[in-house]
Design a protein around this ligand. Structure first.
Ligand code: SF4
Length: 629
């Protein structure tokens, strides 16, 4: 008997003032004891709704509208609160992406364990049991004395994982457990998870948007699109030959940045609007292999080469054959989708005069507690220059000092020592670290930011036209019709065309990629000379990241912008940047032309960053990746 059985499950959202949204439609799958299954898909595909339905954690306006979920023989869709309470955490536990923020902020970690043990009447010494659990997730027992705010994001997520394993559950549901953490921390947690699962034998349902990571970890992978499962097969088979065009498109987003010619592809278009009825295949508008029948016939999920696939053309064996495992796999996969590559854009001369120079800059923060003074050196003796038409990537983990350097460049903070210089109009030499008041405001017009989170960077209650009109009024004095006309031009310049379709929309009516384009257009409004892009793609779905990188690269070349691209992801740095600076604990440890630094990294830290990038093709090619499970 399967541990978890999901049969014909459907979930619909019925908000009061909007049309009903069929988030999950007729989903069936089984999960066996000890099995590790990945559930993949873009934002809004229904994967988290499905996870919450399995746990019976849906709240209105979401409702299960059909089907059944059984766990260990118990029908969860019919179970009462008492039955659910007995199962949850004991046999069926969960770690959410936001688990790191769901720890109680006002009690120490030890008390969080004590609460869990008390709620489930676990006998024995709390400290001893909690210490054992922390050791499981490779945390020191001193963490027991800490409050959540004293821990890093990765440590909090490890505590959440330890709590989820506290009662030795049979199934752990992990919903984007490492999204938002940097690649090195993510790799550490996933490696430990794989080891634990081997030692303790629990089953895992791993929900993620990151196919690369899931393929490295899982025994079997289910890919969701538009609320349906479109492919379900063993991970090894999917790596050898993905059969659904959508899976192929997702895999095209990965590549080994060390290869001489790196290309990644993206899937154009948007997922279907599930509040409308669709006649044919839900992927038709984005599919490079769509044929006439795809527009009218809705494909069933049918057996196919040891798995299941929902594609009319694949079921007739008429898709082009793609065999993975070769170094060129990403290129082959990407050949049917729009692709961008690091060699597409000839860079400006590396010796052009700099627009902005950072010279021997250090930044120290001092805090006092009673008589004790604590000094942290966030940036140490950093020097670099930004040149027009070129992208400089600043690469490092969270806490390495990247954001501090960005604040020093924008003049938000002043260095403790060293100089930040900007070449102003007519070649004037401006000391940014000495600017104040109006002069500082004038300088900021030339240095604009593209933020990480396009969802919170825009006011949800204001239209796109309004968002762009603010910098136009503040920096260019444009108002009324003139501002609207310029706004339309800016939207067109970032690929939101025709602009008239976007001007009066609210942010929630746009996809993540479109929102990031709006944020980029807003940054371009004052016609800056320097653009600082702070992790601009890390909150976006993997399938559209390449599209935004391509846009940023084109803007840099066309407008001769100098860009500082801040990231922890060396693959995106490889695709976008002309040169790379690697920052470790406030010190620049390696620098040079992107291809040289990434192709033949000399510093151990750079190599660690490279090894932490999800690389499903490494597994396909038999390279060492995560421990096998
Ligand atoms: S059924 Fe047609 S549109 Fe749908 S994935 Fe297959 S080829 Fe593409």
């Amino acid at each position: 008997m399967a541990l978890l059985e999901v049969d014909h499950l459907s979930v619909t959202y019925t908000p009061r003032d909007q049309p009903a949204n069929r988030a999950v439609h007729d989903v069936s799958f089984h999960l066996s004891e000890g099995e590790f299954v990945g559930l993949l898909g873009e934002s809004g595909c229904g994967k988290s709704t499905l996870g919450n339905a399995v746990l019976r954690l849906l709240s209105p306006p979401a409702h299960i509208t059909g089907g059944r979920v059984a766990f260990d023989g118990v029908d969860l869709t019919e179970a009462d609160d008492e039955q659910l309470r007995k199962l949850r955490w004991v046999d069926l536990s969960t770690v959410f992406q936001s688990s790191m923020n769901s720890l109680n902020p006002v009690i120490r970690v030890q008390a969080q364990f004590a609460d869990t043990f008390a709620a489930h009447k676990v006998p024995g010494d709390v400290t001893e049991r909690a210490t054992e659990l922390l050791e499981l997730v490779a945390l020191d027992r001193r963490v027991l004395r800490a409050y959540p705010h004293e821990l890093s994001g990765g440590m909090k997520q490890r505590v959440a994982l330890a709590l989820a394993l506290a009662l030795r559950p049979k199934l752990v549901l992990l919903d984007e457990p490492t999204t938002g953490l940097d690649v090195v921390v993510q790799r550490g947690i996933l490696t430990r998870l794989a080891e634990l699962r081997r030692e303790l034998g629990f089953a895992v349902l791993f929900i993620s948007h990151d196919l690369g990571t899931v393929l490295e970890m899982a025994d079997r992978v289910m890919v969701m699109y538009g609320g349906e499962i479109v492919e379900d097969r063993p991970a090894a088979e999917m790596l050898r030959e993905p059969r659904h065009p959508y899976t192929r498109g997702l895999l095209g987003s990965y590549a080994d940045p060390r290869l001489p010619d790196v290309r990644v592809s993206y899937i154009p278009g948007r997922p279907p609007d599930l509040s409308r009825t669709h006649a044919g295949c839900l992927f038709t508008t984005r599919c490079p292999h769509a044929e006439d029948p795809c527009r009218t016939i809705h494909p069933d999920l049918l057996p196919d080469r040891g798995g299941l696939v929902r594609c009319l053309v694949a079921q007739e064996n008429r898709l082009p054959v793609v065999t993975l495992g070769s170094a060129e796999a990403a290129t082959v996969l990407g050949s049917h989708f729009p692709a961008t590559g690091s060699l597409d854009r000839p860079a400006d001369a590396a010796d052009a005069a700099p627009v902005l120079t950072v010279e021997r800059v250090s930044k120290r923060y001092t805090s006092r507690r009673g008589m004790r003074t604590n000094t942290v050196e966030a940036v140490r003796d950093a020097s670099f220059a930004l040149r027009p038409g070129r992208v400089t990537a600043l690469v490092g983990q969270s806490g390495s000092g990247k954001s501090t350097l960005a604040r020093l460049v924008t003049g938000v903070e002043r260095p403790s020592s060293g100089e930040v210089r900007f070449t102003g109009e007519g070649g004037a030499d401006v000391r940014v670290d000495r600017l104040r008041g109006r002069a500082l405001r004038d300088y900021r017009r030339h240095v604009q930011m593209v933020f990480q989170d396009p969802f919170s960077a825009l006011n949800p209650t204001r239209t796109i036209a309004y968002a762009l009109s603010r910098p136009l009024a503040n920096f260019a004095g444009l108002r009324g019709a003139a501002a609207r006309e310029r706004t339309a031009q800016l939207l067109e310049s970032v690929g939101l065309s025709p602009a008239g379709q976007f001007l009066d929309k609210l942010p929630h009516q746009l996809s993540g990629g479109q929102r990031q384009r709006v944020v980029t257009a807003r940054a371009l409004a004052p016609e800056p000379r320097v653009l600082i892009a702070d992790e601009p793609i890390s909150m976006l779905d993997v399938s559209i990241r390449a599209e935004i990188l391509e846009l940023l690269g084109d803007l840099v070349r066309e407008r001769r912008l100098a860009m500082l691209y801040i990231t922890h992801d060396l693959l995106s740095a490889r695709l976008l940047a002309d040169e790379v600076l690697v920052l470790n604990q406030g010190t620049l440890v390696e620098r040079g032309a992107t291809r040289e630094v990434i192709g033949s990294a000399r510093d151990d830290y750079t190599r660690l960053l490279l090894d932490s990038i999800p690389n499903p093709f490494g597994k396909a090619a038999g390279q060492q990746t995560l421990p096998s499970t």
